[in-house]
Design a protein around this ligand. Structure first.
Ligand code: SF4
Length: 80
């Protein structure tokens, strides 16, 4: 991962720049939130991003997703 795309949390742990900001937006996210977006690093995305979809299907990340969505004026994810 290029240094310009990540913030160091510890000497061994990095976050994609923007993902822990007050109004989160990953630096790799391309497009307009609420309309059409995609990951600009999809093939090289880090492990947490690869694990996100299967865990989200189990509802594991729904609270964090809904907080991020609210900060961008989007409604919460629908509940099954
Ligand atoms: S999937 Fe892509 S855009 Fe989303 S957080 Fe990961 S690197 Fe960023």
């Amino acid at each position: 991962m290029p240094d310009a795309l990540a913030d160091a949390e510890t000497t061994e742990l990095y976050r994609l720049r923007g993902t822990d900001y007050a109004s989160p937006r990953c630096v790799a996210l391309v497009g307009e939130i609420g309309k059409a977006v995609h990951c600009g690093l999809y093939r090289e995305r880090p492990n947490p991003c690869r694990e996100f979809a299967p865990m989200a299907e189990l509802g594991v990340f729904s609270d964090a997703c809904n907080r991020a969505r609210a900060r961008h004026g989007l409604p919460p994810l629908p509940v099954d």
